[in-house]
Design a protein around this ligand. Structure first.
Ligand SMILES: NC(=O)c1ccc[n+]([C@@H]2O[C@H](COP(=O)([O-])OP(=O)(O)OC[C@H]3O[C@@H](n4cnc5c(N)ncnc54)[C@H](O)[C@@H]3O)[C@@H](O)[C@H]2O)c1
Ligand SMILES: [Zn+2]
Ligand SMILES: [Zn+2]
Length: 363
């Protein structure tokens, strides 16, 4: 018997989202049903609503979630009814050419539930294959990662996307280590998680760049040692300031967590020779980048992109939750407010105006 539940649906591009009743099927083979307890509002949800990801409306939004397994389908052995889980959007397959090379964190064939949840008989596209602004959601068993049930759901859920993306960009993708200098463009949930990751890894200088002083103030709570307000500045002026804060040479690691060509260029030129640039921000479909090829060659180092912090959920989620439980990871500070499922559209506005790091829907 399918379940009728309340959920946040985006029906068409650039239109306000609404709370609707959707149908969630019983789990089939390899699928699990999750009673969602909390789900954070991420900028990627807004990208979906704007039609910037793809045009497969209607979308069921929400993907930074934690909850309890309430039913499992045939053949599921990794989780049981009653388990507390954080949902992930990269359930690795174990069989693709990347998994077979021992690199499951880059799995080329991640999977979601086979069955679709529906709204008025129309299949919903679940954001990042999750769709968790809903009382119940259906995912592939590999998308549900068991973690310590003593953690608050509104905190745990954030590990499922933005916080993991930021922490992982620094810890996994860039392998920041003790004594490194790091600069981070964009101090939203993702950028601040990168700053938190740099602090955790023992980075020496951590420079936060944003266009909003409020965001820069918050970034200091996560470990930024210096801040740069880029509002109204040219790319060259921002680069000059970042380099001045890092001995005039530039930083070892530059993390772009906005998704714009200009901030990417700033990151590229703020980096010391042989340094690393990591693109974490999701660019719009029209964004293009033009750089002198000689500068790419001449400056050496690495230009990387980081999806989901190159994480392996089964390895990283329980570990990060334990660090939080031990008081060594400042996850609680990402939760600016808890809201009801009816307030997601209002939360998008707050996010656009820079008033919150994360609004988290609590069911
Ligand atoms: N790579 C991944 O796996 C992954 C995962 C989650 C989110 N993301 C992406 O990361 C980006 C950040 O997400 P978020 O949730 O933190 O968003 P957010 O809106 O909370 O934060 C973005 C920040 O960038 C700042 N900003 C905007 N323009 C700027 C500029 N020109 N210079 C400096 N700062 C500027 C804003 O003031 C804001 O503080 C988004 O593009 C999102 O889609 C990527
Ligand atoms: Zn694979
Ligand atoms: Zn997200």
């Amino acid at each position: 018997m399918p379940y009728e539940v309340k959920a946040v649906v985006a029906k068409s591009a650039k239109q306000a989202v609404s709370v609707e009743t959707i149908l969630v099927p019983d789990p089939g083979p390899g699928e699990v049903l999750v009673d969602v307890q909390a789900c954070g509002v991420c900028h990627t949800d807004l990208h979906y609503r704007e039609g910037a990801i793809n045009n497969e409306f209607p979308f069921l939004l929400g993907h930074e979630a934690a909850g309890i397994i309430s039913a499992v389908g045939y053949g599921v052995t990794t989780v049981n009814v009653g388990d507390f889980v954080v949902l992930n959007w990269r359930a690795v397959c174990g069989n693709c050419r990347s998994c077979l090379r021992g690199r499951p964190q880059f799995c080329f064939s991640t999977h979601n539930a086979s069955q679709k949840m529906t709204f008025n008989g129309v299949p919903l596209t679940a954001a990042l294959g999750i769709g968790a602004f809903a009382e119940k959601t259906l995912v592939a068993a590999g998308q549900a990662t068991k973690v310590n049930p003593l953690v608050e759901p509104e905190v745990a859920g954030l590990i499922g996307c933005g916080v993991m993306a930021g922490l992982g960009a620094v810890l996994n993708t860039a392998s920041v280590s003790r004594g490194d200098s790091v600069a981070v463009w964009g101090c939203g949930g993702v950028g601040d998680a990168a700053i938190e990751g740099a602090r955790l890894a023992g980075a020496h200088t951590i420079i936060a760049i944003d266009i909003d002083d409020r965001k820069l103030d918050w970034s200091r709570n996560f470990g930024a040692t210096h801040t740069v307000n880029a509002l109204g500045k040219t790319n060259d002026e921002v680069v000059e300031q970042v380099r001045a804060l890092s001995n005039g040479d530039g930083v070892n690691v530059a993390i772009e967590a906005v998704g714009l060509s200009d901030t990417y260029k700033q990151a590229f030129y703020s980096r010391d020779l042989a340094g690393t640039v990591v693109l974490v921000g999701v660019p719009g479909p029209e964004a293009e980048l033009s750089l002198p090829l000689i500068d790419i060659f001449g400056r050496g180092g690495q230009l990387k992109s980081s999806w989901y912090g190159d994480c392996l959920p089964s390895r990283d989620f329980p570990m990060l939750i334990e660090l939080y439980m031990q008081g060594r990871l400042n996850l609680g500070a990402f939760v600016s407010e808890t809201i009801s499922i009816d307030e997601v559209e209002v939360a998008f506005g707050k996010m656009e105006r820079g008033e919150v790091l994360r609004s988290v829907v609590v069911m």
